[in-house]
Write a protein that binds this ligand. Structure first.
Ligand SMILES: NC(=O)c1ccc[n+]([C@@H]2O[C@H](COP(=O)([O-])OP(=O)(O)OC[C@H]3O[C@@H](n4cnc5c(N)ncnc54)[C@H](OP(=O)(O)O)[C@@H]3O)[C@@H](O)[C@H]2O)c1
Length: 331
């Protein structure tokens, strides 16, 4: 690795928004070592091959990492540290959403109450979610989207920041609305919207993280890619239904600015953040990829609806859970 080489680690980089992000990072940052942190080595290898087609000279490594499993994260950290003395961009993008069906009764109620726009804007209340326990006893959506990433940041803290800034960039979502989150139920064991809840955990954890680590030259920000047609949305409706409603989605851009639809537009805010001076960025906001009716995409900061005090409480709870696992796996 040359002296000027920067290192970007991207979780969930083998498909969807993560893969497009990886491709765009290689295009923008000329001297970059990209590390694809994925749970399935075969899928990661295929992604690497695809990236090498457009960037034949790129330095691309693969790390096996299942964010839903703390042991896997701890083992991935060892592999990352063997390869990289520092990380410049740590993209926490892997995510899951388990959906049983659309919530037609709530949709009908919202039509009667005339707040359908909120439903379509955030997805909150539009879907019936499911969740399960991991082998380590955590709720799976929480572990995958939020906690595994938190462990990753904590464990990599000593190779982030220092003389040069490092950026931690989380893929959050507009689905992270306050009503999806109960601070007494961090893992959403009893919640109706575990996905939205984990995105609130991400937003608050990131905000609090800045208080803890900005002095070490580490900066944390969250993004929302908007609605993007990927494997994740195929879990909500079959892809042929999405293609059927696609023309309407383009028209709905008149009133909804989060209809990114494709991964290129969706990844805009994630890519944009890597081009900014992190010290100049706001911390109480989520950076959204927004697209207008003409298909022009811009990045807009949107206020996170949690106070710093609330965020610090979430952070402390995440930290004590992390310490519990560290103790459990210390040998
Ligand atoms: N699509 C949208 O409309 C939308 C909107 C807002 C936010 N987001 C967020 O964007 C991010 C990327 O989602 P996407 O839309 O690109 O979905 P996607 O195509 O399903 O990609 C999700 C990625 O996360 C990986 N992943 C899932 N569980 C994992 C685990 N336990 N460990 C490691 N990797 C895991 C997947 O790997 P496998 O291939 O092995 O499953 C895949 O690479 C997610 O955080 C999602 O919440 C998406």
């Amino acid at each position: 690795m040359g002296d000027g080489t920067k290192v970007a680690v991207v979780t969930g980089a083998n498909g969807g928004i993560g893969l497009t992000l990886a491709e765009r990072l290689l295009t923008i940052h000329k001297d970059l070592h990209l590390c694809l942190a994925c749970r399935n080595r075969q899928r990661a290898q295929t992604a690497r091959d695809v990236l090498l087609l457009s960037h034949p000279k790129a330095q691309i490594s693969i790390i096996t990492l299942d964010t839903s499993n703390v042991q896997s994260v701890l083992s991935a950290v060892k592999d990352i540290k063997k390869q990289f003395p520092r990380i410049d961009y740590l993209y926490l993008n892997a995510g899951k959403m388990s959906v049983k069906s659309l919530d037609f009764s709530n949709l009908l109620k919202s039509i009667l109450k005339m707040n359908t726009l909120f439903l379509f804007n955030t997805g909150h209340g539009l879907l019936v979610h499911t969740d399960e326990h991991t082998s380590e006893g955590l709720m799976s959506t929480f572990a995958t989207n939020a906690f595994g990433h938190f462990v990753l940041v904590k464990e990599l803290e000593d190779i982030l920041g220092g003389n040069q800034p490092s950026q931690v960039i989380w893929t959050s979502s507009v689905a992270g609305v306050r009503s999806a989150f109960d601070p007494r139920d961090l893992q959403a064991k009893n919640g109706k919207d575990p996905y939205g809840s984990t995105k609130c955990v991400i937003d608050t954890t990131s905000m609090a993280l800045n208080e803890k680590v900005n002095s070490k030259n580490i900066y944390s920000h969250t993004t929302c890619p908007g609605l993007v047609l990927t494997n994740m949305t195929d879990g909500i409706l079959a892809s042929w239904i999405w293609w059927l409603i696609l023309p309407f989605m383009y028209i709905f851009r008149l009133v909804l600015d989060h209809l990114s639809i494709d991964t290129y537009k969706g990844s805009e805010s994630l890519v944009w953040l890597s081009q900014q001076n992190p010290e100049s960025l706001k911390t109480g906001v989520r950076y959204h990829s927004t697209t207008d009716i003409w298909g022009n995409t811009t990045v807009q900061p949107v206020q996170i609806n949690f106070s710093l005090e609330e965020s610090l409480k979430v952070y402390e709870e995440m930290n004590s859970l992390y310490k519990g696992f560290k103790e459990k796996y210390k040998s």
